[in-house]
Design a binder for this molecule. Structure first.
Ligand code: ACO
Length: 310
């Protein structure tokens, strides 16, 4: 019976039909989507920290307002994504607890520090640029609630990307010190950004099933290559140098980059990146400090429920 259902399910996927929360789905499909969507949600929430670090130090009121709005957008993305993950049957509390306990992953990129204002420009340009490259295809993911959440997320991410690039353009047209600061930020973020796309295809354990189920439309390496090809001319326009002297352009126009240091990636995933401990500590502190809000909301809801039954 289950084999027949699984075949029917795959036929729906092959026909590009969307799977909705109440539809039958294989347990492994539910599990891998809960994994990916919750990791994605945690990334948005933890991702508020490196940029939040610069809200009080933004160079002008205009920059401050834009950064504040961007960080709020990331929070909103986290909330849509938790809501999408909950439709698969795991509560938000459980998902958040797994993150706070250090058991759930979030993107490696958010374990790096933001040392200067140019890091805020670079995050918008490259981190949000990489996020868009990965997330545009997710708008066509087979799971309806995830695909729909991605549409708005991608619109906001492209605004963030432009905001970051504009900071870089301003710095690169500024003083020598400002341009040097922009180059230094690019030097530090380039390789970690390439790692955002995940391990090479040959070692990506979830890729085969996620591709079969149309959760993934492009492989990790394909998206990484698209990103590099799109970014090289942007760096050239800024007059910045990508910190990869071995980079060459093929006759077909693709930029070949040097070997990525996967040991560093594994270390960051194992909790040993430059900021892993700080990030988790900051999230735990925020969760503890928000306890009174959760208690107040729960007691308000209980009071209203009592009033309605009275
Ligand atoms: N950081 C942390 N963990 C990662 C990363 C990364 N950059 N890349 C891969 N991994 C993890 C995977 O989650 C998986 O771990 P798990 O088995 O414990 O869940 C493991 O490494 C093996 O990787 P894959 O088999 O390639 O995993 P998958 O098929 O899920 O592909 C990818 C990884 C591309 C990140 C996918 O999950 C995805 O598209 N996620 C949605 C996008 C997202 O989360 N973006 C977050 C950053 S963008 C932002 O928030 C602004």
């Amino acid at each position: 019976e289950d084999a027949a259902r699984a075949a029917q399910f795959q036929a729906r996927i092959d026909a590009e039909e969307r799977i909705e929360p109440n539809d039958w789905m294989p347990a492994a499909y539910r599990k891998t989507l809960t994994r990916q969507i919750s990791q994605h949600a945690h990334s948005e929430i933890v991702g508020m920290l490196p940029e939040g670090n610069w809200i009080t130090r933004a160079p002008t009121l205009r920059r401050k307002a834009a950064l504040l709005a961007k960080v709020q957008d990331e929070c909103g993305h986290g909330l849509y994504l938790y809501a999408a993950a909950e439709t698969l049957g795991t509560s938000r509390e459980e998902l958040v607890d797994a993150m706070l306990a250090g058991k759930a992953k979030y993107s490696s990129i958010f374990n790096y520090p933001t040392l200067t204002w140019a890091d805020i420009g670079t995050i918008g340009w490259l981190v949000d640029g990489a996020a868009i490259m990965n997330q545009i295809p997710l708008c066509r993911c087979s799971y309806g609630p995830y695909a729909r959440a991605m549409i708005r997320v991608c619109k906001e991410e492209s605004f963030h990307q432009r905001q970051g690039y504009e900071i870089m353009l301003t710095l690169c047209r500024g003083s020598d010190e400002q341009k040097a600061m922009a180059q230094d930020a690019l030097n530090r973020w380039w390789w970690p950004v390439l790692m955002m796309f995940g391990p090479p295809d040959a070692t990506s354990q979830h890729s085969d099933t996620s591709t079969k189920w149309k959760i993934k439309r492009f492989s990790n390496d394909e998206l990484r290559q698209k990103f590099v090809d799109a970014t090289v001319p942007q760096a050239q326009y800024l007059g910045l140098t990508i910190p990869d002297p071995g980079m060459t352009q093929d006759a077909d126009g693709h930029w070949r980059y040097s070997e990525i240091d996967w040991t560093e990636f594994k270390q960051v995933l194992a909790g040993n990146g430059p900021c892993n401990r700080d990030r988790l500590a900051a999230r735990r502190r925020a969760h503890d400090e928000g306890a009174w809000v959760r208690e107040a909301a729960a007691s308000y809801a209980a009071k209203r429920a009592r009033r309605q039954t009275a």
